[in-house]
Design a protein. Structure first.
Length: 198
C-alpha cells in the first residue's frame, strides 16, 4: 500500500514562493509512490499562531498520514527547540518527515537530531538578525525625525457629533468613515469635553 502523505507549505506574504516550491514537493511524492491525502497551506510568520500547522499536527496525532513532506526545515518552523520537539514528536508517533532541501532529514542516521538542531539554529539566528536590523532601522528613522506608523485620521468634530445625535453607533460611524471604533470613541470624548468646558 502507498504511504499516506501530507504536505505542509508556509509562506509569509508572497504566495508565489509556495507555487515555486510545489512542483518539487509533489515530484518527491510521485517518485516515491506516496498517496497525498492532505495539503496544509499557511500564510503566516513562523512566530505567530499557525492554525494550519496546528491542524496538521492534530491530524498526525490522529494517524491521518504516515509521511509529512516539507520544502525545508525553515518552512517547518524557525525555532530550534520547536523544530526539534515537533520533528521528534512526529517520529515518536510514526510519521516520517521528508524535506526537499534537507535530504538527510528522512534518514535513520544517528546524526539526524544534531543536524536538525544545527539547521534550525541557523534559521533562528537569521530571524534574530532580521529583527535586530528592523529595530535599528526604526531607531535611525526616529533620530532623523521621521514619523512612523499611520498618519492620524482627520475627523470632522461637528460631523461626528451630528451622526451620534442621529443615533449612529460608534461602530457604524467608524465603518462609514473607514477608521477604528477606538478612534471615533476618543474623538467623541474630546468633543464632549470641549463642549463641557466651553
Amino acid at each position: 500500500m502507498a504511504l499516506r502523505t501530507a504536505i505542509y507549505f508556509r509562506h509569509s506574504t508572497d504566495k508565489s514562493k509556495t507555487e515555486n516550491q510545489r512542483p518539487e514537493v509533489e515530484q518527491i511524492a510521485r517518485a516515491r509512490g506516496y498517496e497525498v491525502v492532505a495539503t496544509f497551506e499557511e500564510q503566516a510568520s513562523a512566530v505567530k499562531k499557525r492554525p494550519e500547522y496546528e491542524r496538521m499536527m492534530k491530524a498526525a496525532r490522529r494517524g491521518g498520514f504516515d509521511v509529512l513532506i516539507v520544502w525545508a526545515i525553515d518552512r517547518f518552523g524557525r525555532s530550534m527547540v520547536g523544530n526539534l520537539t515537533d520533528v521528534l514528536e512526529l517520529d515518536r508517533i510514526g510519521v516520517q518527515v521528508v524535506s526537499v532541501r534537507e535530504t538527510w532529514l528522512d534518514t535513520g542516521s544517528p546524526v539526524r537530531t544534531l543536524l536538525i538542531a544545527i539547521f534550525s539554529w541557523v534559521a533562528e539566528q537569521e530571524r534574530t538578525r532580521l529583527v535586530e536590523r528592523t529595530k535599528a532601522g526604526l531607531v535611525n528613522a526616529r533620530r532623523r525625525g521621521a514619523r512612523l506608523g499611520r498618519p492620524p485620521a482627520r475627523l470632522d468634530r461637528d460631523h461626528l457629533l451630528e451622526l451620534r445625535e442621529q443615533g449612529w453607533s460608534v461602530r457604524k460611524i467608524a465603518k462609514s468613515l473607514g477608521v477604528g471604533p477606538s478612534t471615533v470613541q476618543r474623538r467623541l470624548v474630546v468633543a464632549a469635553n470641549g463642549e463641557a468646558t466651553s
